[in-house]
Design a protein around this ligand. Structure first.
Ligand code: PRP
Ligand code: ZN
Length: 302
């Protein structure tokens, strides 16, 4: 492993230049208060609000840039980082660590077959040609299932391989499923769930970078926390208060106050730290909640 030892007082973070993760990655950094000046080549963006610069690159290059010490941090899909970890072979130590799950860019790595083809289980993969950009993850899945197949490594346009005749099946990322449908393919098994993760060099630095990294991590934690945080307002009769409080999603201790009228009706205000879905709402209603309102929270300072 080669790491740069030259002291640096700025941090570099690499994100995908264009693709599924690029917009959300830059949005997250923006919410952390980072502002960048776009350079002419649109590859390196100078951080104006903090000594943190941005590198816009291909997602597959990000783990390598961290391993070489070019960047300290990067945002990639777990699919990309997991593939590169396996690249090192058994027992090797990854030159980067997963620091945070970021909660966007959710997708899965799946095997898909031509629409009309039958599929009963992994044994149907034996001896077939499978096109993928994730040979290590696929090899791992095949060997865990005791199947031998022919892995055809492609760096893009994996989904057209069966039509071109260069492979029989594919193993690729599926998010909405639109790409598979457009290519008359059918998802038969998902081999890994993925989402965007923040990765970084595992070591501390002797210069300012360690402190900068900690500062950015704290802000990222704040952004993630507030994203799921909701303010819940509701009314409930005194008799049903206990049941309603028990049905509230996880959060800070709620505040309860008495209404002027009707008598014995209480107003509850609660900060909840979980996503609140319709199921939660219906559970609360059944427990006795009325006038139920769920509001997004923009910023929080406890
Ligand atoms: C993935 C995958 C498919 C598409 C699937 O590519 O290779 O092309 O997304 O998404 P869908 O199910 O919503 O149609 P990605 O954007 O990650 O680009 P890359 O693999 O070339 O980096
Ligand atoms: Zn890619």
């Amino acid at each position: 492993m080669k790491t740069m030892t030259k002291p640096r007082d700025r941090l570099r973070i690499a994100v995908q230049k264009s693709g599924r993760l690029s917009e959300s990655s830059q949005d997250l950094l923006g919410r952390c208060g980072l502002k960048f000046r776009q350079s002419r080549d649109k590859l390196f963006c100078f951080g104006e609000s903090m000594p943190i610069d941005l590198l816009l690159v291909r997602d597959d290059d990000i783990p390598g840039l961290i391993a070489q010490g070019v960047c300290e941090l990067g945002i990639v899909g777990r699919n990309v980082s997991a593939e590169q970890v396996l690249e090192g072979g058994p027992g090797s130590v990854a030159p980067f660590a997963e620091l945070r799950e970021l909660g966007f860019g959710r997708c899965r790595l799946s095997i898909a077959v031509p629409q009309e083809e039958a599929y009963e289980g992994p044994q149907n993969l034996a001896g077939r040609r499978i096109a993928t950009s994730y040979p290590n993850l696929l090899r791992d899945y095949l060997s865990q299932n005791g199947v031998e197949a022919d892995i055809v490594v492609l760096n893009g346009s994996v989904e057209i391989a069966p039509r071109l005749g260069t492979a029989d099946l594919i193993c690729d990322l599926v998010s909405s499923g639109a790409t598979l449908i457009a290519n008359q393919l059918r998802e038969v098994v998902s081999i890994m769930d993925s989402q965007a993760v923040l990765i970084g060099a595992p070591q501390d630095y002797a210069d300012e970078r360690t402190e900068l990294r900690e500062l950015l991590l704290r802000r990222i934690d704040g952004v993630i926390r507030v994203r799921e945080t909701k303010l819940v307002l509701l009314q409930v009769s005194r008799a049903q208060l206990g049941a309603v409080l028990a049905a509230l999603p996880k959060g800070d201790p709620p505040s309860v106050s008495r209404l002027e009228a009707p008598a014995d009706t209480l107003s509850v205000q609660a900060i909840c730290h979980e996503a609140i879905n319709w199921q939660h709402m219906e559970d609360l209603k059944r427990a006795g909640a009325t006038q139920l309102v769920v509001l997004p929270v923009e910023k929080m300072l406890a």
